[in-house]
Design a protein around this ligand. Structure first.
Ligand code: HEC
Ligand code: HEC
Length: 213
């Protein structure tokens, strides 16, 4: 069922990209009315135990957190990855000290403020955001379990000094996080939408921010 949803989404994205390429217009895909692939907070109301509910909410939010759209920028080894298979960035790319690329080749020399539809067969679009950069080392998520990621994003020493309220705001409102649902032609968006994702994170915090095992 889930695989089917993903295939359908990928198909729509591919189609939209094809139309954009053939008409020369910028692709502006509008998400369907009901966010797909991410359950709303209400789906967890029947779990009586608050800690169990909290864990279940985080597991649902984890469908976004562990999606390649997010993981590609939160790698373990300072090299961004690309695509659904999370292959090494091509051309080879290092984060540099501050995550903005190495001297002479900053991320922003190729990644612009917005997604740029690309010509040609291989690269459907170049993803973009004003803050495009690699997440810092202590925020590495690739290769970690959801429980480990949960523990580290709650830890101010590893989350950029954020309180839980600030963490929620980042997830629910940050523009770069929002790119995950507007990733440009040829890329599958993260499941659901940023609003629903933000609500899951809020409910997870309100139920004690319990981490899955
Ligand atoms: C283009 C690269 C990029 C993408 C894509 C990206 N991030 Fe990040 N992320 C960063 C950077 C850089 C930081 C640190 C700077 C900041 O806090 O804005 C960060 C920090 C974070 C933080 C706060 C620190 C932490 O790890 O606890 C969270 C939470 C986060 N990102 C969530 C997400 C989610 C969810 C997605 C996918 C929907 C995502 N990110 C996609 C680059 C990215
Ligand atoms: C020389 C140009 C260039 C530079 C410099 C560059 N990139 Fe990229 N990047 C690209 C292109 C082109 C793509 C799209 C490739 C594709 O989708 O086939 C891409 C894709 C990505 C993706 C994949 C997004 C996804 O979910 O599939 C991430 C993540 C990324 N770049 C991060 C970075 C970061 C972080 C830096 C700086 C440390 C950087 N890039 C520097 C050209 C570049």
């Amino acid at each position: 069922m889930r695989a089917h949803t993903i295939l359908t989404l990928a198909g729509v994205v591919a189609l939209t990209g094809a139309v954009a390429l053939s008409t020369g217009q910028a692709a502006a895909p509008k998400p369907a009315a009901a966010p797909q692939g991410l359950k709303p907070v209400s789906a967890f109301a029947s779990i009586p135990d608050a800690a169990a509910r909290s864990q279940a909410l985080f597991v649902e939010a984890g469908k976004v957190i562990q999606h390649p759209r997010c993981l590609n920028c939160h790698p373990a080894d300072r090299t961004p990855t690309q695509g659904m298979m999370m292959k090494a960035h091509n051309p080879p790319m290092r984060a540099g000290e501050a995550g903005h690329g190495v001297p002479g080749l900053p991320c922003l020399s190729c990644h612009h403020e917005k997604n740029v539809p690309a010509m040609g067969e291989k690269i459907r679009s170049v993803p973009g955001d004003p803050k495009w950069a690699l997440a810092p080392q202590e925020m590495a998520w690739q290769g970690r379990s959801l429980g480990q990621i949960c523990a580290q994003i709650k830890d101010p020493a590893r989350n950029g000094g954020k309180t839980l309220a600030e963490l929620h705001r980042h997830m629910a409102e940050d523009h770069l996080v929002g790119w995950g649902w507007n990733p440009g032609a040829g890329r599958e968006p993260a499941p659901g939408d940023q609003k629903r994702f933000g609500e899951l994170i809020k409910a997870w915090i309100d139920t004690g921010a319990a981490c899955p095992a």
